[in-house]
Write a protein that binds this ligand. Structure first.
Ligand code: ZN
Length: 258
């Protein structure tokens, strides 16, 4: 609670700075910002927190382009493993597997040659609902080297509500399912609701090269079993608001030569 209040104050303070200074301060950061999106749609009338409108998404990508480089999740994990960081960089990731990630967001990412990652929940894909990725999307994804797929559980249940046996099953089967439908090697996992247990941490690397949570905690963000990500909420409607928000967030800071 306090942390989020402190972040709000930081955000409001940074908002007073001119845009050039915000960009300058972000560019000085040697480290990685892993962004977590969900859905990107034309409209968000109900101000659903996990929907970013297409218009805002385009503004945000343009802002990222001015500030640093957009790298693949693979390169980010490589840097974290080596503990060495390049200049300010960003990773784009999406959770849950919304169809609009391909139908709406992908074209804007492709335009800028930004690689991206989608973490997919099996039950959402199996549901057959229009809002989630379907066979036609997977055919497209299969051909694309710049799209990485990761697992985001079988049933979208937080690991804190699963037994030890169910956690292992979740890791195993959400990986097998995705590699079977896409013929891709599934190397990454994102925790549902950011939730994990000791059992998750003990076993996740038996199945995956790295796993991600839904927040930055400032302590364990470079732990390959629970790498931190920055949630992107709705309403960041200008370059300045978006970059100010990033500046008010923690990032993956890696010191080289250590
Ligand atoms: Zn999710």
């Amino acid at each position: 609670m306090l942390k989020s209040l402190r972040q709000k104050i930081k955000f409001l303070f940074f908002l007073l700075l001119p845009l050039w200074l915000i960009i300058f301060l972000l560019r000085k950061r040697k480290g990685i910002h892993i962004l977590m999106y969900h859905s990107v749609r034309a409209r968000n009338e109900n101000r659903f927190p996990y929907i970013v409108t297409e218009k805002h998404f385009k503004i945000q990508l343009a802002a990222l382009e001015k500030t640093g480089s957009c790298i693949s999740i693979e390169d980010a994990v490589g840097s974290i493993r080596k503990r060495s960081s390049g200049d300010c960089s960003f990773v784009i990731s999406f959770d849950d597997g919304y169809a609009d990630n391909i139908d709406t967001a992908a074209k804007h990412l492709e335009e800028k040659s930004f690689p991206f990652t989608i973490f997919i929940t099996r039950s959402f894909t199996d549901s057959g609902m229009n809002s989630f990725l379907a066979a036609r999307h997977f055919n497209h994804i299969k051909k694309r080297k710049d799209i990485t797929l990761g697992a985001h559980s079988l049933l979208h249940v937080n690991h804190n509500f699963l037994s030890k046996k169910e956690i292992k099953k979740d890791f195993q089967e959400s990986k097998t399912f995705l590699s079977e439908i896409t013929s891709k090697d599934i190397k990454y996992y994102a925790y549902t609701g950011g939730g994990y247990t000791d059992e998750s941490l003990n076993h996740v690397l038996d199945f995956y090269e790295a796993a991600f949570k839904d927040r930055m905690d400032g302590k364990t963000d470079t732990d390959l079993r629970r790498i931190g990500r920055i949630n992107i909420p709705h309403g960041l409607n200008s370059e300045k608001r978006f970059l100010t928000y990033l500046l008010s967030q923690a990032y993956i800071r890696l010191r080289s030569n250590e």
